[in-house]
Ligand binder design. Structure first.
Ligand SMILES: NC(=O)c1ccc[n+]([C@@H]2O[C@H](COP(=O)([O-])OP(=O)(O)OC[C@H]3O[C@@H](n4cnc5c(N)ncnc54)[C@H](O)[C@@H]3O)[C@@H](O)[C@H]2O)c1
Length: 436
């Protein structure tokens, strides 16, 4: 059970489309008094007559029961709906414009209507934006309409339901996100869903807006990934479903949190090599796999952003912490840090490097050959103890996750840190920040 307190609220839902109608009906079903608003007469009439205005499994009975019980009604008047509302949920459409940008006309109209109808009211009102909007929209498009009104708060409460299973998704949410700065407003909106028993993720406004985009992009990438792997498997006379089903059985590395943390570019002796081979062989079969083909360029673009961020540091002695392609290994093959060092040295920067597992006297074989071919005088740049690098540097660039002891030393050094690894040491550098 969620820790949020359950208060029955007066709720106005602006927009009775797929999201708004399901939200209105389900919130009424949880016990709230809900007034849905739409500009479309057909949708209003349908709801008032206890019908779903579109096909969505399980929606109609919920609308009927709650209209009959007096907990759900619909109107074309935003004024009527928001008059007594504690919370106004904005669920209007945000369709694509011709250039791909998000169309905010419906949102702006809805905000104007709420603003105009609540100018003289004193009762607190929380406006929750449930429509999908780009990070910054609540601050730039919604807040200004309520400037100076102490009784109005704005929060972001993105919706994650899927058409076709929208009622089920609402009642058993995969994620409940509420973003905002005013604790009471955030709790009020999270509290609407308390009977669902889901722990809400309470985040900042912009994070809430961004999470929705991250989720949808992730879903799109997952589908495209499965389809590209499936197409390649089929061409190779391998059962695509068996491949993906088996892939999904690995819940440690594949379907898990693993690799899903923003950090530095990937490298090493396997991922680049195997991606290249896969893309090459697909190309030879005239099979276009744009997503997989873009992974290496994407990784390189990420490395270039990191290089740019380091080059933008004020001139001075740069201590790089981490040389191998990831923490807890001495493998330098295709380490993106080597590319970073090459770029810095090429630009005449003064650099020293520390990696707890990399010493010139212990690395050998293809590993040694790779680093000596790429940076022949690497031995002169390597420190054997972190203290040496910390004592020498004016800036630190952290490229790998750090052990708690190492992190403590880095923080204690008081040096400015450009954290490329998402190691959360000091302030994230521009390479990391610019990914938002
Ligand atoms: N459809 C989905 O599966 C889904 C899931 C999650 C999030 N979203 C997001 O939720 C938002 C709504 O999506 P949808 O599919 O429900 O859209 P929709 O187009 O089905 O519904 C939008 C409704 O808003 C109404 N409307 C427009 N301006 C209004 C105003 N000023 N006052 C009152 N009503 C107004 C429209 O008449 C329409 O009925 C979008 O931002 C969408 O990206 C959609």
């Amino acid at each position: 059970m969620s820790t949020e307190t359950f208060h029955k609220s007066e709720v106005a839902v602006l927009g009775l489309g797929y999201v708004g109608c399901v939200t209105a009906a389900c919130l009424a079903n949880l016990g709230h008094r809900v007034t849905g608003v739409d500009r479309d007469e057909h949708k209003i009439r349908n709801v008032l007559e206890g019908r779903a205005p579109f096909y969505e499994p399980g929606l109609e009975p919920i609308i009927r029961e709650n209209v009959e019980a007096g907990r759900l009604t619909a109107t074309g008047s935003a004024a009527e709906a928001v008059e007594n509302a504690d919370v106004a949920l904005i669920c209007v459409g945000t369709p694509s414009e011709k250039n791909g940008n998000l169309g905010l006309d419906q949102l702006r109209r809805a905000v104007e209507e709420i603003s105009a109808r609540t100018r003289t009211r004193t009762k607190p009102l929380v406006i929750a934006v449930r429509s999908t909007v780009f990070p910054g929209t609540c601050e730039q498009e919604v807040w200004p309409a309520f400037e100076g009104r102490q009784n109005v708060q704005v929060v972001s409460n993105p919706e994650f339901l899927r058409e076709g299973s929208a009622v089920k998704d609402f009642l058993e949410p995969s994620l409940l996100v509420v973003g905002g700065t005013d604790q009471n407003a955030v709790n009020r909106v999270a509290g609407l869903y308390a009977p669902l028993g889901v722990e809400p993720c309470l985040v900042t406004l912009r994070t809430a807006e961004m999470i929705k985009y991250a989720c949808n992009a992730f879903h799109a990438v997952k589908i495209s990934f499965a389809n590209e792997i499936g197409s390649l498997a089929t061409r190779l006379a391998v059962d695509p479903v068996e491949v993906m089903d088996t892939l999904c059985r690995d819940e440690k590395l594949n379907v898990s949190r693993a690799y899903l943390k923003p950090g530095f570019a990937f490298g090493g002796s396997c991922l680049p090599k195997d991606l290249r081979a896969l893309v090459y062989r697909a190309g030879r079969m005239n099979l276009s796999l744009p997503l997989l083909e873009s992974a290496m360029p994407s990784n390189d673009a990420h490395l270039q952003r990191a290089i740019q961020a380091v080059l933008e540091l004020p001139a001075g002695r740069i201590g790089v912490i981490g040389l191998a392609f990831k923490e807890n290994t001495d493998d330098l093959r295709e380490s993106p840090v080597v590319g970073l060092l090459e770029a810095l040295l090429g630009k005449g920067r003064t650099v020293r490097v520390f990696d707890p597992h990399v010493r010139m006297d212990t690395i050998y074989g293809s590993n040694r050959q790779f680093i000596l071919e790429t940076i022949p005088h690497i031995g002169r740049l390597l420190d054997n103890r972190m203290e040496e690098t910390l004592g020498w540097a004016e800036h630190l660039v952290v490229t790998q996750k750090q052990s708690p002891e190492a992190a403590e030393k880095i923080v204690a050094s008081g040096l400015p840190v450009l954290d490329l690894a998402g190691a959360r040491l000091g302030v994230a550098g521009p390479a990391l920040a610019s990914r938002a």
